[in-house]
Design a protein around this ligand. Structure first.
Ligand code: ADP
Ligand code: ZN
Ligand code: ZN
Length: 860
């Protein structure tokens, strides 16, 4: 595929036709240049525009402009954040932009950073991502960098002295007087806000500007995060403190510093309350030196620490580690799939390989699917490695994330642990890239830039000649097929190292287990829970739905209470009612709509609206009722929302402060708690029958993962799966822990149906408020795609749809989708490029948006 090269896309910034206000850009005057005295910077702007742009480097900034810096550039009538990609000099070597160099080129307005945020290798990655996901380069960079790194210009209108005088004029209209008074009151008014108001407020403002009564100026949004630095003190070596007269406290301070070396002033202040006065005096006497050091804020305080020494590796582990070490030794790109059953000790393999990479002077990138897994691992890394680790995930505050990023750039951290977005970490020379639980859907970003971090990890591996390990008990069909066909190396761990074995799995058929009142705890599960509690062990209950129940349904006429904005049933949740007693609320998990449950059915007026199905809340209630003495916790998106709660709940499990934990798929991932001996799956069918070709794969992976949470310690584990479809092959094979059997069956179906890994897909989704307009634009797009295929043949490529998305409406927007499928990735991307170029203009001025999902993971 080709990626925008900048030169070929050279354009000058567009004027923004929507904005009619005139004001002076902060960028200053335009100058006419002779072709011999310019320096240009190629810049990608953080806006939805294709291509990159060239800006003049003002002589004053000449020394500072380097690739990887953020700058502010004029674009249309705004100033926007841009990223410097490279420089072009008029003199000397090489490339010169074609076309006129003249007054139409604008200047860079400001440099935002002292030092670059990314180097040539990350830029290469960004260009690849931009080309592969057909996403503007500047926006790729904006999303890859920590979020605190975006600066925007704000335009504000304010009144002038002449404007204040004008207030006294008798001939002002009411509107004019009101607006002038408002400007006086407000001090300044944001243009973004004014333009959302109705009426002729903007034309009034323009008139005031013409009269000199008001001005519009550009300000920068606060550049929120800055590196934090700390002052460190040390004694000046050359000084002779006996020749100078010193106070007692001053002498004490100098003695302390002489003894313990450079110390942070913040740490001394408690002992020396007048430190701030002492510092300048001692500097003046030539006895003290100060130095500013960057303070990298991080969250180490929250880490869950496991004091766990390195065990002696099993034979299988040793074999895996030596294969990885040999590959590191060769120093070439080498992709591996590490398939190890749950609890087989994959983590130890990663850690041993990481040691090898670090010892060879290279760095390590360690990706995990969930931030809930980072605290435990962080503790482990701290215990095992001397090297500083950096942690990157979306749960960190902006400031911390920025600090971690800096720490990596400054090469203070050679090991990076993080979730999906850490694949963009600015690590120099990674030698080992670990993708743990590589099958996990969390590696796919589902909005904006819809990238797959596992695939990008492989790209980075190729870039850096690194070893890439994709680890899982249940590898994705894509990865395992690649391993089976020999494109990746396969490593296997078939046993648990300790006394633990894979748990026994029993299946309960829910169709026959129903009583008059359905309970989430069938007799088998209830008995097993009682035994587990009696033995003082722990149980995990998994249900893949948060809330109280599945839906609110009228038993009389079948009416289901649905969301007004989305095509889904509302989920009943517990909520404290006005009188403080437990009440109920119906909520939408897509748009956040909440409503009180209807007292009567809106259709038939019966009072028979009931809540059907199970959610985490109902299961929790049932466990509490059945076992009042048990300590029960719940882990789902609702309970984990407050900061720190997730770690607290997991720590509760680790410290055995909890007997039973009820949760959604958050409990299924990677956790290693030795005292869990029972896992109950309340309703295994949820998700299994969705209209998505990956439904079975996801179902199998979930069951295998949740089952894998038990039997990790001394005591044997047990799994009870409750289901309405016990004969489904997914359940039959999960019951036997038969990944290979599942893979075989599933891969044949993929081949027969023409789905990945045998084809490549792109999902194009149209969304708009009007169902008919959205549908007709999607239809036209599909037709133009088919014509394109006819005029220039694209072997094997087919276009399916448009069809309403399985989730046909979300947040009031109707969704139609077209699926493009091709056996060859090249054909797919060449087609997408040509086709999108035709389709995007047809959406101009329409209230319909288009989003592209390359290698979609969810088809909903
Ligand atoms: P996985 O990620 O493969 O599911 P883990 O890496 O979480 O498994 O390991 C499961 C447990 O086995 C952990 O408690 C770990 O400390 C332990 N373990 C790993 N390797 C060994 C070994 N060689 N000897 C003893 N215990 C081990
Ligand atoms: Zn009804
Ligand atoms: Zn909704």
């Amino acid at each position: 595929m080709t990626v925008p090269t900048g030169l070929s896309d050279r354009r000058r910034p567009l004027e923004n036709p929507a904005s009619t206000l005139d004001f002076k850009e902060a960028a200053g005057e335009e100058r006419s240049m002779t072709p011999s005295d310019f320096s240009l910077a190629e810049v990608a702007v953080a806006l939805p525009v294709d291509g990159t742009f060239h800006y003049l480097i003002p002589p004053g900034l000449n020394d500072r402009i380097k690739p990887g810096l953020r700058v502010l550039v004029p674009f249309g009538r705004r100033l926007v954040t841009g990223y410097v990609l490279g420089r072009l000099e008029s003199s000397g070597r090489g490339r010169r932009p074609s076309g006129p160099i003249g007054p139409e080129l604008k200047e860079i307005a400001r440099v935002l950073d002292e030092e670059p945020f990314f180097g040539a290798d990350l830029l290469d990655l960004f260009r690849f991502v931009s080309g592969y996901y057909h996403y503007p380069l500047g926006q790729v960079i904006a999303e890859a960098l920590p979020t605190g790194l975006k600066v925007e210009s704000l335009r504000r209108a304010s009144i002038t002295a002449a404007g204040r005088e004008a207030l006294d004029r008798p001939n002002l209209t009411g509107k004019e007087a009101d607006f002038l008074k408002r400007l006086v009151r407000a001090g300044g008014l944001s243009l973004a806000r004014l333009s959302r108001e109705k009426g002729e407020i903007l034309s009034l403002l323009r008139r005031f500007e013409g009269l000199g009564w008001a001005v519009v100026e550009t300000h920068l949004s606060r550049d929120r995060v800055k590196p934090r630095s700390q002052t460190w003190l040390s004694p000046a070596r050359t000084a002779d403190k006996d020749r100078v007269r010193l106070g007692g406290r001053e002498r004490e301070l100098l003695d302390l510093l002489a003894k313990q070396g450079p110390t942070a002033a913040d740490d001394l202040r408690p002992g020396f309350p007048t430190l701030n006065l002492m510092i300048p005096r001692l500097i003046g006497k030539g006895l003290l030196l100060t130095e500013d050091r960057i303070l990298y804020r991080d969250d180490l305080g929250r880490a869950l620490t496991f004091t766990r020494g390195a065990p002696e590796l099993t034979e299988e582990q040793v074999r895996a580690v030596s294969a990885l070490t040999a590959a590191l030794e060769r120093g070439r790109f080498a992709p591996f799939v590490l398939r190890g059953i749950t609890g087989s000790g994959k983590t130890e393999v990663y850690l041993a390989a990481a040691r090898q990479a670090l010892d060879r002077g290279r760095t390590v990138l360690y990706l995990v699917p969930e931030i809930s897994l980072t605290p435990a691992l962080e503790g482990l890394l701290n215990a095992r490695f001397q090297e500083e680790a950096a942690i990157l995930h979306s749960g960190l505050s902006e400031g911390r994330r920025y600090d971690q990023w800096l720490k990596i750039i400054h090469r203070k951290a050679r090991l990076v642990l993080g979730a999906r977005s850490a694949v963009f970490a600015p690590l120099a020379d990674p030698g080992l890239i670990i993708v743990d639980e590589e099958h996990d859907g969390a590696y796919k970003q589902e909005d904006k830039l819809k990238y797959q971090a596992r695939d990008l990890a492989l790209y980075r591996g190729r870039q850096h000649e690194a070893v890439v390990v994709l680890g899982s008990a249940t590898p994705s069909l894509e990865s395992f097929q690649a391993a089976r066909s020999g494109r990746y190396h396969l490593l296997t761990l078939t046993e648990r190292p300790g006394p633990g074995n894979l748990p026994r799995v029993d299946v309960v058929d829910l169709r026959f287990a129903s009583g008059r009142r359905r309970t989430a705890l069938t007799p088998m599960l209830k008995t097993a829970l009682a035994e587990t509690l009696a033995q003082g062990r722990q149980a995990l209950l998994f249900i893949n739905r948060r809330g109280l129940a599945g839906l609110a349904l009228c038993l009389n006429c079948g009416y289901v209470v649905r969301c007004l904005n989305c095509s889904v049933a509302l989920t009943p949740h517990q909520a404290p009612a006005a009188d403080g007693r437990p009440g109920l609320i119906l909520g939408c998990h897509h748009c956040g709509l909440e409503m009180k449950p209807p007292e009567q059915c809106p259709e038939c007026r019966s009072g028979l609206v009931r809540y059907l199905g199970w959610g985490t809340e109902r299961v929790e209630n049932e466990v509490r009722k059945a076992f009042p003495e048990a300590r029960v916790g719940r882990l789902d998106a609702d309970t984990a929302r407050p900061k720190g709660e997730l770690t607290r709940i997991l720590a509760g499990l680790r410290d055995q402060a909890l007997d039973v934990l009820v949760g959604t798929q958050m409990v299924t991932k990677g956790h290693d708690f030795p005292h869990i001996t029972l896992v109950g799956v309340i309703e295994a069918d949820l998700g299994l029958h969705l209209p998505d070709f990956r439904a079975a794969e996801r179902g199998f992976q979930l069951l295998a993962q949740v089952a894998g949470r038990t039997g990790r310690g001394q005591d044997p584990g047990r799994v009870i799966i409750q289901t309405y479809s016990p004969e489904h092959y997914t359940l039959l094979l999960a019951r036997k822990h038969d990944y290979l059997g599942f893979f075989q069956q599933e891969i044949e179906q993929r081949l027969a149906a023409g789905y990945p890994p045998f084809t490549r897909l792109a999902l194009v989704r149209f969304q708009g408020n009007s169902e008919s307009v959205t549908a007709s634009l999607a239809r036209a797009a599909a037709e133009s795609g088919r014509r394109l295929v006819q005029t220039s043949p694209r072997p094997g490529l087919d276009i399916l749809g448009p069809a309403p998305a399985p989730l046909a409406k979300v947040k009031g927007r109707h969704r139609f989708q077209i699926l493009v499928r091709s056996p060859k990735v090249k054909t797919l991307h060449a087609f997408l490029r040509d086709w999108l170029e035709q389709v995007r203009p047809t959406l101009k001025g329409q209230a319909v948006s288009l989003s592209l999902d390359v290698d979609p993971y969810h088809m909903m």
